[in-house]
Design a protein around this ligand. Structure first.
Ligand code: HEM
Ligand code: HEM
Length: 242
């Protein structure tokens, strides 16, 4: 395994060791927050500790950072793999500069979203961070599988990251809204994220099987060319190179 392969593994390793355990923790704490709230509302004394709310929110902060970070690492691996492979800075240095700037701006927007207190700034930085992810995802080298979007690791991943950013930005509204509408929105979004993570576990494991190790790349490319000589090729049958 050479350096390129090790970099490729960075994203799955972070997801498996940090993101998924945090997701388990956050779902558990979220259910306990709900249990406590419903018990108190119906006049019972709850045995659930009042600190579960704080623990849930704290875990939410970590999870959002971990998901967005893991997504940025995967996108960087795809995009810079292409930039380095084609030595793009010789032919299109503007595009390379733009990509670097975009990564910086996206990371800065997420950092500022954590700091923002007023709704207008939360909305601004959430939109900027989301736009950054979407524009980065549109760059060459990212394996999007658009014609199979319903099983695409990319689309599920970007959707999960955007929903996490959204969850972070509505944090205060959940507490302030007396009608509990934002709480309901939050539960729907949280459940969608949980389902998307399940999808990511499946499509991510498939992605690991699809990306050839460096030493396998030339053989896979040859096989692909042979196969395309025999019958027309589709985007899906193209080798997925990191
Ligand atoms: C992504 C997975 C998540 C799931 C499945 C989830 C689930 C839940 C659930 C079930 C509740 C209880 C709702 C109720 O009282 O009926 C809750 C409350 C809450 N969640 Fe989440 N949540 C997630 C992520 C987040 C994130 C990322 C944040 C923000 C950092 C967050 C902030 C909150 C807040 C502020 C509350 C109210 C806590 C309280 O009343 O003390 N959640 N969540
Ligand atoms: C929260 C969960 C996850 C998110 C948000 C996420 C997001 C992403 C995104 C946006 C990409 C770039 C697009 C692409 O190349 O398809 C990607 C690539 C990839 N993911 Fe994930 N992923 C998650 C979980 C996983 C898991 C569980 C695995 C494997 C066990 C995995 C393995 C990979 C691999 C091998 C790639 C391609 C190589 C790379 O671009 O670095 N992912 N992921």
């Amino acid at each position: 395994m050479d350096f390129k392969d090790a970099i490729l593994l960075l994203h799955p390793v972070i997801v498996v060791t940090i993101v998924f355990p945090l997701m388990g923790l956050i779902a558990n704490r979220g259910l306990r927050v709900r249990q406590r709230r419903l018990q108190l509302a119906s006049g019972y004394k709850s045995k659930v500790s009042p600190v579960v709310g704080q623990e849930h929110v704290q875990t939410g902060h970590w999870l959002t950072g971990a998901v967005v970070g893991a997504t940025l690492i995967a996108l960087a691996n795809d995009i810079f793999g292409k930039v380095i492979g084609e030595q793009l800075w010789n032919t299109n240095s503007f595009q390379v500069g733009f990509i670097v700037l975009l990564f910086g701006a996206t990371i800065a927007s997420v950092a500022l979203l954590y700091q923002a207190q007023q709704i207008k700034w939360k909305a601004t930085f959430a939109i900027l961070a989301g736009m950054g992810l979407v524009i980065l995802g549109c760059q060459d080298g990212v394996y999007r599988k658009t014609d199979q979007w319903y099983t695409s690791h990319y689309y599920y991943g970007i959707a999960a990251s955007l929903l996490m950013i959204f969850s972070l930005s509505i944090l205060k509204s959940i507490y302030q809204d007396r009608t509990q509408r934002w709480r309901t929105v939050h539960i729907v979004v949280g459940s969608a994220v949980a389902l998307l993570f399940l999808g990511q576990a499946i499509t991510g494991t498939r992605a690991l099987l699809e990306v050839p190790l460096s030493w396998q790349e030339s053989y896979i490319q040859k096989l692909y060319e042979l196969q395309c000589d025999a019958k027309p090729c589709t985007v899906q049958s193209a080798p997925r190179t990191p």
